[in-house]
Design a protein around this ligand. Structure first.
Ligand code: SF4
Length: 421
């Protein structure tokens, strides 16, 4: 299904602006939108689905509920108006199949309607859907539940666990120089239970080529940037990182695109500003640092392997090297016991990082996941959790204390429960 590959750059040139065509499926109004990254179908006023140009379904809005499918096959459901089931749920197996199947059948209805009479679909300029649209709609129609399951299996053959990404990078092309986390000690985290390993340059080259071939035209949606995974990829020695960075344009070609990555505050400090400048010259874009808190006693309590000072120095080195920084602050970590110190010292730490325009600050609420050590450790320490209002107040207190020279960084909430890749 995904053998045909159109370079993303070519897609961009073809459809710089979304093209919208109105028509009907049966006697019910519908709208087809063709973009350089995706196609979407709006059916009556209550159903909108989107697929990338490889035909992989990735989002559905239906009667106020939204569904987002990751390449790995996980489907995130967010309830809106129906109120059926939990507000957010990760669907797998049959419930996911039902959603995917519905979108494929509706795409097939569209394909038949277009095939029957493409001229019944009209854009604002009086034009009709291009041939490319037929190709892409056909792919979407073939992406049914069985195809989605097969595709998820193929994803698993190409990728190790993609545990998390910064929220502005959910549509990056992930490339895994490393798998897992080099520490794995933080008590609130269970993202990488399978250990840590670093790929050789040759293995990474083969991985990058496998990702390219797997994505095919789906790269249209995920082609703006690369994300070098996993949790702490920049901890790898410079010589190997250089080989990774060199392998990316060789595998993907096309215009240069930034390569973003995580690093922790401890190993990030083992690289100098000169190292970050050298990586910047090879395409390094933004480096994301999980500060979590500027309060060292809280970092020690959650067994985070970095002090606030180390995280500050890492961010300053990244920025001195010319890269941008993304800093993640956890909200609610340490409950009421640590709240005062957390706010005070986090404000002080972030204010010393030299952040500005182009940098990002994310506020990520603590999720007490089953299987992590944090809930038991917090209970043993008599830590009273912060409720929703107290967490919102904590974000506001931190924001109120932040001060920047010149234009400030952008700030946003970061809901890790909405992550899907
Ligand atoms: S460093 Fe990051 S990925 Fe590793 S255990 Fe801590 S929070 Fe999890």
């Amino acid at each position: 299904m995904f053998a045909f590959r159109l370079p993303p750059s070519a897609c961009r040139l073809r459809y710089p602006d979304p093209m919208v065509y109105r028509g009907a499926i049966g006697n019910r109004p519908a709208m087809l939108s063709v973009k350089d990254t995706s196609i979407s179908l709006a059916f009556e006023a209550e159903w909108v689905a989107a697929w990338d140009l490889g035909g992989r379904f990735y989002s559905l809005w239906k009667h106020g509920d939204t569904y987002r499918r990751g390449l790995g096959g996980r489907l995130l459901a967010k309830r809106g108006r129906t109120g059926v089931g939990p507000q957010k749920a990760a669907l797998t197996g049959e419930p996911a199949d039902v959603v995917v199947q519905e979108t494929a059948e509706r795409a097939e209805d569209l394909r038949l309607a277009l095939e029957r009479d493409p001229r019944a679909w009209t854009g604002r300029d009086g034009g009709h859907p291009p041939e490319d649209a037929m190709l892409w709609v056909g792919r979407a129609a073939r992406f049914d539940a069985a195809a989605a399951r097969a595709d998820a299996a193929r994803f698993a053959s190409v990728y190790g666990t993609v545990g998390i990404l910064p929220p502005d990078q959910y549509l990056a092309t992930v490339l895994q120089g490393t798998e897992g986390c080099s520490f794995g000690t933080c008590t609130f985290c269970n993202l990488y239970p399978d250990g840590y390993r670093v790929k050789s340059a040759e293995e990474f080259r083969r991985h990058a080529e496998a990702v390219r071939d797997y994505l095919g035209d789906s790269a249209s949606l995920r082609g703006r940037a690369f994300f070098l995974g996993a949790a702490n990829a920049l901890a790898v020695p410079m010589a190997r990182l250089g080989e990774y960075f060199d392998a990316i344009p060789r595998a993907f070609g096309g215009p240069p695109r930034p390569v973003h990555a995580f690093v922790d505050g401890f190993t990030g400090l083992l690289k100098t500003a000169g190292d970050y400048a050298a990586l910047r010259a090879k395409g390094l874009g933004r480096v994301y640092v999980g500060l979590e808190s500027g309060h060292d006693p809280l970092l020690a309590f959650v067994r985070k392997p970095a002090s606030a000072e180390q995280a500050i120095e890492t961010v300053r080195a990244v920025k001195s090297g010319g890269a941008e920084a993304g800093v993640i602050v956890m909200i609610g970590l340490g409950g009421r016991t640590f709240a005062e110190g957390h706010v005070r010292d986090t404000v002080a730490a972030v204010n010393r990082m030299g952040l500005g325009a182009g940098d990002l600050i994310f506020f990520s609420e603590l999720v007490e996941s089953p299987g992590t050590a944090y809930p038991a450790a917090a209970a043993a320490a008599n830590i009273e959790p912060l409720d929703r209002d107290a967490r919102a107040a904590q974000i506001e207190a931190i924001r109120a204390g932040l001060a920047f020279e010149g234009r400030p960084p952008q700030m946003a909430r970061y809901d890790v429960e909405e992550f899907v890749y």
